[in-house]
Design a protein around this ligand. Structure first.
Ligand SMILES: [Mg+2]
Length: 402
């Protein structure tokens, strides 16, 4: 029995995608006839958009009230379109929506007329931009990977050889009083979450009280991760983590300032809790240095730091060679950017932790298709070519093209 592409998508419940799919499928057939090597980037559409958060999100670096992101649509001469999103997070990535847009205009001129399937070469060409604006490079990389997947007729995670279409994400609780964090954690666990991440990092004693309150609220079977976001000194981190040992903390993210690899190693040497590098790790070369320094147990890979899917996979490969496991985390992406992160998780065996929950803080979800998430944080990727995601046409219509 054969089933049409449109019928297949409708069976899966992707109404809006189903109406787009025949065009995309026709575009893929056109590539087949003309040759993949002849495919060209015709245009790049850029849009800025802001999504207010449901409530202020507090971490040791500050308080955040909105996602200020950039949407990238890479249009090819065959009709295939790739989607990408940047979610710059100034205190960590050092870039902003404004700088992303400025740089994106230059990238647009650099890649116009080139073959979008040559992702490796294009990312190498715009590579130096990663040092100042990693988030916008991530948006371009995921758009190019989206086109690659669509041209191949495969979801990105399958194109990369993965088979983990379903996995669990944790949920993050912003810094608050121990009582409020415990109540929030209890609610998530009641809905079915098995992994909770707590923001800490201002006062080691109060942080230990936060972890204790949450542990008592959720019981012993829930895994608890903490994230200090660089908030402690080396002695504070060692003190806090020793104090937290009895609450069975799975790992601690970035206890000390990002650039202090020696300090991170000193904490790792003295801490009973495993250490996960986050802000210390942007690019594959950082991963290499952290591995050589034996400074951490795990990596928290984020597409916005690494400059996209390509470099995230490279980091996972380096970690694999060092017998290390990884997490994929996020900034404040919508389900577009998060779906790209989910493809990275699904593609690599040694990515065993996921923290892809940013959409839960957003007041609206402007994305159709993409990763599906149940109320317990179980993520499932669609069996659709590329990212398998689209922007709600009504939302896109309201945005001003830049
Ligand atoms: Mg972190």
């Amino acid at each position: 029995m054969t089933i049409s592409r449109k019928g297949f998508l409708k069976v899966l419940g992707f109404g809006i995608l189903a109406t787009h799919a025949p065009r995309s499928w026709a575009a893929a057939e056109k590539i087949e006839k003309s040759g993949a090597g002849k495919l060209r980037i015709k245009d790049v559409e850029l849009y800025a958009f802001d999504i207010p958060l449901t409530e202020p999100f507090r971490v040791s670096l500050g308080v955040f009230t909105a996602a200020n992101d950039v949407l990238v649509r890479v249009v090819t001469d065959s009709g295939l379109v790739g989607l990408g999103e940047s979610s710059p997070f100034l205190p960590i990535t050092g870039d902003t929506q404004d700088t992303n847009l400025m740089v994106a205009r230059s990238i647009r001129e650099m890649i116009k007329g080139k073959n979008p399937l040559a992702v490796d070469a294009l990312i190498a060409e715009i590579g130096h931009i990663i040092y100042s604006n990693p988030s916008i490079v991530a948006a371009f990389d995921m758009a190019l990977m989206d086109i690659l997947g669509k041209a191949a007729g495969l979801p990105i995670f399958r194109l990369l050889g993965g088979d983990k279409e379903t996995f669990e994400s944790d949920v993050t609780i912003g810094m608050d009083t121990p009582e409020k964090m415990a109540a929030s954690a209890g609610g998530h666990v009641a809905r079915g979450y098995k992994n909770i991440k707590l923001k800490v990092g201002l006062d080691p004693d109060l942080d230990a009280e936060r972890v204790q309150a949450v542990r008592e609220a959720v019981g012993k079977d829930v895994s608890l991760r903490i994230d200090a976001n660089q908030g402690w000194t080396v002695p504070q981190a060692i003190y806090a983590l020793r104090k937290m040992e009895r609450f069975n903390v799975q790992f601690a993210e970035q206890p000390v300032v990002a650039w202090d690899f020696a300090g991170l190693k000193a904490v790792r040497n003295e801490s009973p809790v495993p250490i996960c590098a986050d802000e210390a790790l942007f690019l594959p070369q950082d991963a290499m240095k952290l591995i050589k320094a034996e400074a951490c147990d795990y990596f928290n890979i984020k597409l916005m730091k690494a400059g996209g899917i390509t470099n995230s996979v490279r980091i996972a490969h380096l970690a694999d060679a060092a017998n290390m496991r990884c997490m994929v985390g996020c900034m404040l992406e919508t389900r577009l950017g998060l779906t790209a992160g989910a493809h990275v998780v699904a593609s690599q065996r040694n990515i065993t932790f996921a923290d892809l929950d940013a959409y839960t803080f957003h007041t609206i979800d402007p994305i159709v298709g993409g990763m599906m998430v149940n109320q317990a944080g179980k993520i499932t990727l669609p069996e659709l070519p590329g990212l398998g995601v689209d922007v709600d046409p009504m939302f896109l219509k309201k945005l001003k093209r830049i």
